[in-house]
Write a protein that binds this ligand. Sequence first.
Ligand SMILES: NC(=O)c1ccc[n+]([C@@H]2O[C@H](COP(=O)([O-])OP(=O)(O)OC[C@H]3O[C@@H](n4cnc5c(N)ncnc54)[C@H](O)[C@@H]3O)[C@@H](O)[C@H]2O)c1
Ligand SMILES: CC(=O)N[C@@H]1[C@@H](OP(=O)(O)OP(=O)(O)OC[C@H]2O[C@@H](n3ccc(=O)[nH]c3=O)[C@H](O)[C@@H]2O)O[C@H](CO)[C@@H](O)[C@@H]1O
Length: 531
Amino acid sequence: MTDRRSIAEGDGLEVADTDRFEATDTDGGSVDGAGGLEVTEADDGTVGRADDRDSSTESTAASTRPYGTGRSSERLRRAFVSGSVPVAVYGLGKMGLPLAAVFAETTDNVLGVDIDPNVVATIQAGDCHVKREPGLDELVAERVSAGALEATTNPREAARRCSVHVVIVPTPITDERAPDLSILDAAIEAIGTGLDPGDLVLVECTVPPRTTSDRVLPALEATSGLSRGSFGVAFCPERTSSGRALEDIRGAYPKVVGGVDAESTAAARAIYETINDEGVITVSDATTAECVKVFEGLYRDVNIALANELATFTDEFGIDVREAIDVANTQPYCDIHEPGPGVGGHCIPFYPYFVIAPFETDAPLLETARAVNDSMPAFTVAKLRDGLEAEGTALSDATVLVLGLTYRPGVEEIRASPSIDIAAELASAGATVYGVDPMLESDDLEAFDLEAISLEAACDLPIDGVILVTPHEEFDEIRWADLGTDREDEPSAHRDHRPVVVDGRGTVAGPIGSRVYEIGGGVREEQGWDS
Ligand SMILES: NC(=O)c1ccc[n+]([C@@H]2O[C@H](COP(=O)([O-])OP(=O)(O)OC[C@H]3O[C@@H](n4cnc5c(N)ncnc54)[C@H](O)[C@@H]3O)[C@@H](O)[C@H]2O)c1
Ligand SMILES: CC(=O)N[C@@H]1[C@@H](OP(=O)(O)OP(=O)(O)OC[C@H]2O[C@@H](n3ccc(=O)[nH]c3=O)[C@H](O)[C@@H]2O)O[C@H](CO)[C@@H](O)[C@@H]1O
């Protein structure tokens, strides 16, 4: 990676006269940059710092500064695409690595940062640790071999070398269900140590409203010694979903940006317009942008809670609630989501606490929705208990198989996965619990109160009950007849040899010779195999 690409040499642009820059804050006031810093600027905005840096650092200073030079957005876009704006991406996980790779295919000049040495070593070898992201393996390999993408475990080195700093680290919640921004704080602190006037910090990780203005900006000032107005900060939410990250980042929908001042917003817009084909929506400020992201998640959690609450009426209504939801959704004013065994991941179940916890205003709807969604694992286990008892088996004596431990199909993530609570509920009831997940290694499973096995091994166990929580594509091939009976025997027509199945996601297709309860669909009395 180059610290800077010489635009003057590469593009025949002349170095312009020394410019003094001024930035205005969102109130339009004039905020003096870091003590009236003098800069030299090429036609496209490639600047050097006319300060007392020794010659050994001169080349690192002579790169295009994306903020506060008064240059047009077009010139910043041109400089960015030319590779003269070194980009650091802090956090190379499911979201950060695809983002870094897309930036690298645009600028050829990206330094990824991750505290996990295994992540960095994998990327430096041109490999990809993020699974089932179409195109990502190839893109990472190609960009690393082209020298367009590097990785380091040293955030301070990255902060020193780069002038656009994209932060996409985890923002979990604590055991007390409050936002845990300690990882973000650490990344911001490291960036502050290497922040230069004219740099631009882009926060992509989901945060509580007011975090960028009230936490990130002051922290950058404190650790860099620079004053606001001499560097840019914007919140630019990551609106990407695992399993389609490259497609989403490149422009499945517009990018949203909101800066702490107008110049930050403009600079962020120029940067993201180079990678997002759907364009950029600029909003009034960073807090508005933070709310856009959080509101997306809150809408989803509340909506799923509605679907789940409706699903609990299935038996009393005596209908397939999923059918009613599907038909209700045929008119444009209704978009009820899908019921299931619970809501997992580190987005949807966490975002409500970014609003519930830090603010005085009550949020009864958000809290109720969380309670409804958190009740679904117990509801799911209760349905299995009912089914087993109808077949004369007590849950406490049952051997139960949980299919799918990650929070949704195809994504290697277990945070808040419904299977965690389902396994705990089963084990506390006295059942013997096994789990199958093709995406997880055995050392990923300490959060689960079960024994991890392969699907093949499960077929040799006397399984009484099955809960399908996360329908990985591998489960499409399940031979249900092999579950619950000895493989050598012909599948028995007697139900008491067939496991009771709870289908959490409505994905068990057709008759399988077992009693099936579908969450939101109700009981499907299946015919025996010899009928
Ligand atoms: N996963 C999603 O579907 C999704 C979607 C949109 C937004 N987001 C948001 O994106 C952010 C990242 O999510 P993710 O799914 O990529 O997480 P992840 O757990 O997959 O990856 C996070 C990476 O950050 C690294 N890391 C931790 N601390 C660090 C530090 N101080 N400096 C540098 N790297 C550090 C970890 O080692 C890990 O590799 C979160 O805020 C999340 O809310 C996630
Ligand atoms: C850019 C971004 O932030 N993207 C987020 C990301 O979110 P995510 O990766 O956390 O995935 P989700 O799909 O939200 O699932 C969460 C849990 O909710 C369960 N669920 C889901 C739908 C439903 O109708 N009923 C349910 O019960 C599901 O099983 C799982 O456990 O992608 C979503 C688009 O996929 C986005 O909307 C969402 O903003």
